[in-house]
Design a protein around this ligand. Structure first.
Ligand code: GRF
Length: 202
């Protein structure tokens, strides 16, 4: 299964996939890494000898134009699945519509709880005693697509956003690697997941 992974930050989820790929039996390969900025995580791609591309959001006049440029880059690689892991942007519809349902995302909360860019902070602010990590299929909503897998993570009284996020990330990484394995082996079928979740046509 060929993957393009999109990041914005440190890329620890990306690294988990790269390390899993070291195992010859792992049925997926990261064929390229993309970023919307000069992300630190691009260093992981370089270390593993994986091509990378940057489509800086700030270079474009609109989300739509950024999306068109991003889609053009992704099409160069024509991956089986696009993996968003730590991409801090909503994918523009032009990208979602072109690649759906072969797009998955990692989210540091137990969706549908705490969607959006600050899931960890929001769980803390809500005083939640537990949160989680989720792997979902990306649609044009905000973290609203069908859930592939998710797992609860406890919130401790003394948690900060950082400490809680650091407890969530290892769970997220494990779920992501397993989800990719399940996609590659057909245990999970993105088409089936997506059609099953779509409301019946009126
Ligand atoms: C991850 O928790 C991801 O779900 C969230 O931001 C974090 C990025 O971490 N969107 P990394 O860049 O994969 O280390």
């Amino acid at each position: 299964l060929s993957l393009v992974v999109l990041i914005s930050g440190g890329g620890s989820n990306l690294r988990a996939l790269l390390e899993a790929s070291r195992d010859a039996d792992f049925p997926a390969r990261v064929i390229a890494v993309g970023a919307d900025r000069e992300a630190d995580g691009l260093a992981h791609a370089e270390e593993f000898g994986i091509p990378s591309f940057t489509v800086p959001y700030s270079s474009f006049d609109s989300r739509a134009e950024w999306g068109a440029a991003l889609l053009e880059q992704i099409r160069v690689w024509n991956p089986d699945v696009l993996v968003l892991s730590g991409l801090m942007r909503l994918l523009p519809p032009v990208v979602v519509d072109a690649l759906s349902p072969r797009i998955i995302n990692t989210h540091p909360a137990y969706l549908p709880e705490f969607p959006g860019a600050h899931g960890v902070r929001d769980a803390l602010a809500a005083g939640a005693s537990q949160t989680g990590a989720s792997i979902i299929v990306v649609d044009n909503g905000v973290d609203a697509g069908p859930i592939i897998s998710q797992e609860r993570v406890p919130v401790l009284p003394e948690d900060t956003e950082h400490s809680l996020h650091e407890r969530i990330k290892p769970v997220e990484r494990r779920l992501l690697v397993q989800a990719v394995r399940d996609l590659a082996t057909g245990t999970i079928d993105l088409e089936a997941l997506s059609t099953a979740s779509r409301p019946p046509a009126e």
